[in-house]
Design a protein around this ligand. Structure first.
Ligand code: COA
Length: 162
């Protein structure tokens, strides 16, 4: 039974994240989406709201679940008996950050491997921050996020636009 952990802030989840997840779901018997509380990033949505937005988008993969974590990722992975951490590389610009993070995680926990997958190139410029910016000013985000996430963004930014 091979189990991977897909960590991130997911504030909010995008089709780019779901593309990475679809690849992980093909490769592993069990996948856990790990939503970092990431207080330092001052997320728009609470960790619970982010989980709520992710959950309906996982129904097609019965072996994929979502939960939150705080503290060190490798400690969470070991507690979950994960075999690997999966991360997406959208473009060359992701590489340096991901490389450093993977090496730091390996230093902290040599047993934990990090694997990288490349999402479809159509998502190479998608990020949660850009999606939030577009939504904040009333732009259409339906190409970047599932309908339930678009609706949550619209509700979150409604006071800003009135
Ligand atoms: N499609 C679309 N966007 C993507 C993407 C994809 N496939 N992959 C990443 N992104 C975007 C995210 O939306 C995010 O955008 P934002 O910065 O505008 O919010 C950005 O790329 C970075 O996201 P991600 O790669 O998921 O990083 P993160 O900062 O959200 O998560 C953690 C990083 C939580 C995994 C990491 O900080 C962590 O492990 N924290 C726990 C503490 C710890 O152990 N620290 C030591 C690690 S060395």
């Amino acid at each position: 039974m091979r189990h991977c952990i897909y960590p991130g802030t997911f504030d909010p989840i995008t089709y780019g994240h779901l593309d990475v997840l679809s690849r992980a779901a093909k490769l592993f018997d069990k996948v856990t989406v790990a939503v970092a509380e990431s207080a330092g990033k001052a997320p728009l949505f609470t960790a619970e709201q982010r989980v709520e937005m992710i959950t309906p988008n996982l129904v097609k993969w019965p072996h994929v679940t979502v939960t939150t974590f705080r503290g060190l990722l490798v400690e969470f992975c070991m507690a979950q008996k994960g075999d690997a951490i999966i991360r997406g590389l959208r473009a060359l610009s992701d590489f340096e950050f991901e490389f450093n993070m993977a090496l730091m995680n390996r230093h902290l926990e040599p047993k934990m491997e990090t694997l990288f997958v490349m999402p479809n190139e159509q998502f190479s410029y998608t990020s949660s921050t850009l999606v939030k910016q577009v939504a904040k000013f009333g732009g259409d985000v339906k190409h970047f996020v599932p309908p339930n996430v678009a609706a949550a963004l619209s509700r979150a930014f409604a006071p800003v636009r009135t």
